[in-house]
Write a protein that binds this ligand. Sequence first.
Ligand SMILES: [Cu+2]
Length: 564
Amino acid sequence: MDKADRGHANETVASGQPVAGASRRDILIAGLAGVAVPGLAGLAVPLVAPLASLPAKAAPTVPPAMNHAPAGAGAPRSAGPSFEADLGAGSPLRIPFTPGERLREPEVRRSVDGVLATTLRAAYGYRDIGGYRLYLRGYEGQMPGPTLRVQPGDVLRLTLINDLPPNREQMPAFMNQPHMLNLTNFHFHGGHVSPAGVSDNVLRTMVPGSRYEVEIRIPQDHPRGTYWYHPHHHGSADVQLSSGMVGVLIIEDGPEQVPEVVAAKDVTMVLGEVVFDGFGMVEGFEALFSETSVRFLSLNGQRAPTITMRPGEVQRWRLVHAGYQDDLFLHLAGHRMEAIARDGIGLVLMGEGQVCTDQPERTDAVLIAPGQRIDVLVKAGAPGSYALQALPYNQGYPSPFGPIATLMVEGEPLDMALPGRLAPPPLPTIRDEEITNRRELVFSAVVPEAEAAAHWREFTFLIDGKVFDINRVDHAITLGAVEEWTLVNAHFHDHIFHIHVNPFELIKVNGDPIPPVWLDTVVLPRNGSLTFRSRFTDFPGRYVLHCHMMNHEEMGMMQLIEVS
Ligand SMILES: [Cu+2]
């Protein structure tokens, strides 16, 4: 099934009709035989698939030994001791699903008296989403994990408990492939904080069966906005992130915020790409690569939920793309989504800073890449039902598209306004005379001849012609340096540049000057370039830059920086 077909499958799913080359019975039988179903990854999912509705004639083909449901609290609850209910023992576990449930926001944990002390327990758990019961790694049994809300100047004091099972495999000879999937650590994405010691140190290793302290001091002058957290251990980060080990970290607004934004309801919205193998799990690149594996999109761990607003109401949606690999070109029918901040940093003008390599003329859609955050204001129109969806988009290959949520506008009208101006930008622009050094980085890939059919081991993702080596410092930078970097993409796919600790001020796209915009994650156009400036102030230590398409990062598209 190619990308286009997959997108159409999503649309067909929305009407409740199974699309597919294999019948539900085929899937059922294959699942019961205890094998991964070839091609299952491409199958569309009927939105409502109650087990009780399975065709009774499938029953005689079941081996007697399979005539029981798996034990354990997470096993599917059957209506009674009926044989038909037991048929749910096939994997992935199919459960009833009706779209349109109310959007849930992640649990919020707030700092008290300058400290947010909390626990994040990493463990496997069953997650029900979009007609499947999956078995995935997660934080605190939630997907996404709890939202952490802090103030500038606060201390984030986490106890990270790694309750994942022991790693049973040997270390591979080649490190730039998924390995040791239950090692973890903690990364505060976008945090201008120390990368050293027990702070935002992605070079730490947290082994299963142990607990670790993480203490991150957030500077008093940190930009207030939308950030997020996820694991970053090389070898396991991709599998863990794509399983849903993600959460939002909000540095709350200050007195400079404009009244129209203060008045708007603040809604956290975590975009995800739900992927899994024939067992309802994510255990390697067989589930994550190639990009054709994306099955459906999610919002706050829900498939096709409903967002409610009153006519005329203004809401602030904190969009976080916590998916592992693909861009999303968001469109809300009948409404505009006006960007007021990108990557946690307030914009000067609403809507500015969008870098689109495809359909740049479209102003009614918001491009968000994995790792990016965009705060948008939405003013609800007339009562009715409006689709929030990802539109078809070309990032060098087709991005996933399909339904994400439904906006229901209903109830008594509210008279709320969009702001005429935004809060003053938190970071001063970098002037020419500040620059102390310049660098050029080249992103490239080695791809096999028959790319679409190739095995993931046939691809190599490189920066400056090399894959990541944790023992090699690629950029030695003097503390206090102010540098201008040009990133060149020699590949015919877009990549997504992210650097830890210090945000950057993007000033050129493909050599053309743009109104400067501060970001920490940006689309690097295929066969193109970006130029940005950054201040390497405050924090010495070792940390990384990488492609935030997590498959690429895991395969070596990452470099080590040392600031001293
Ligand atoms: Cu990449």
